[in-house]
Design a protein. Structure first.
Ligand code: ADP
Length: 313
């Protein structure tokens, strides 16, 4: 992002406290977060249940009123320019609320009408096809399965062609084939310039799709950085060596490097790639007289980072 480029979304000191009542105390769902989504990114918002993700998205969608702080979408302040701020973003909610008496074409046409999209610019069938709903174009919404309803909601959020599309758990309950189709469509939209924000429980999805990831935990931003940086943060790699001949004990030179024998008789060595060269470890194995039959390596993934950042103290 160049310094002069307006962020797609910019939250500053954003706080939301849900008022309590006689039985429940007030709840700080967002504790004054700063979050910047650059234009052109596919931005992942991760966090365990109750972290504050939906609260954030619902503030963007105008469904929840923030307690304090500022939010801008595409440069429009949601307090000062609510109409433009809302027009800049399409939000796909988590819940599957669709009027049961409309069919998908009508749902999209109605939404396009609400947002003032001229008939000549509507892409109803294109969007339905992308969501795998072309066969259901004329079916009553109440006859759609849960997965189809979710896809219809994604379609609905896209009709006014907003520069920012926010997807709240878009692929929850969607089978793997359709998930891939949805990812492809999201990538396609991104390629054509749409900034995407998505919340997901599937770490694999974030790793696969997102170029930047923020992890929210207990109403705070635990981290926000490019996906490769996040993954590089866990500086640990493991080498697993299957020896030609059984190894009964680890020679001291290898023990020194932290080598161990696992239950399968393999020699396992964990190391920090930033400080240690694999070459050095392998030559130590060689010097110890162990000949290598096979070798595999393991790296940490997002799951490890996520657990590290969100484990309760
Ligand atoms: P997430 O989407 O990450 O699961 P939420 O934003 O839904 O998290 O919730 C954040 C916190 O705020 C949770 O502790 C939740 O119980 C609380 N919360 C959410 N909505 C309300 C509400 N309408 N009234 C009171 N507390 C709420």
């Amino acid at each position: 992002m160049t310094p002069e480029e307006t962020p797609a979304i910019e939250a500053r000191a954003l706080r939301k406290t849900y008022a309590g009542d006689r039985t429940t105390p007030p709840k700080d769902a967002l504790k004054g977060i700063d979050l910047v989504v650059p234009q052109g990114s596919i931005f992942g918002l991760l966090g365990p249940n109750g972290a504050g993700k939906s609260t954030f998205i619902n503030i963007l969608a105008g469904l929840v009123v923030k307690t304090s702080g500022t939010v801008k979408t595409w440069g429009f302040d949601i307090d000062k320019n609510p109409r433009q701020a809302r027009a800049s973003i399409g939000v796909v909610p988590q819940e599957l609320n669709i009027d049961p008496f409309f069919n998908p074409v009508e749902v999209l046409e109605l939404q396009a009408g609400l947002y003032g999209v001229p008939k000549s610019q509507r892409r109803t069938m294109e969007i339905l096809e992308a969501m795998g709903l072309e066969d259901k174009a004329d079916a009553y919404a109440r006859t759609l399965s849960g997965g189809m309803r979710r896809r219809l909601l994604v379609a609905k959020a896209m009709v006014h062609n907003p520069p920012v599309l926010v997807l709240d758990e878009p692929t929850a309950g969607v089978d793997i084939e359709l998930r891939k189709r949805l990812w492809d469509y999201v990538r396609g939209l991104h390629d054509r310039g749409t900034t995407i924000v998505l919340t997901t429980h599937y770490l694999e999805e974030a790793e696969e799709l997102c170029d930047r990831i923020a992890i929210i935990n207990h109403g705070d931003v635990a981290c926000c950085e490019p996906t490769p940086d996040l993954i590089a943060r866990i500086d640990e790699k493991t080498i697993i060596i299957t020896p030609e001949a059984a190894v009964t004990h680890i020679p001291p030179t290898l023990e020194h490097l932290g080598a161990e024998i696992n239950g399968d008789g393999q020699v396992v060595m964990s190391y920090a790639p930033s400080r240690q060269k694999m070459e050095v470890l392998l030559s130590a194995v060689h010097t110890a007289g162990i000949s290598i039959k096979d070798l595999t390596t393991q790296e940490s993934d997002l799951e490890d980072i996520f657990l590290q950042l969100t484990q309760s103290p």
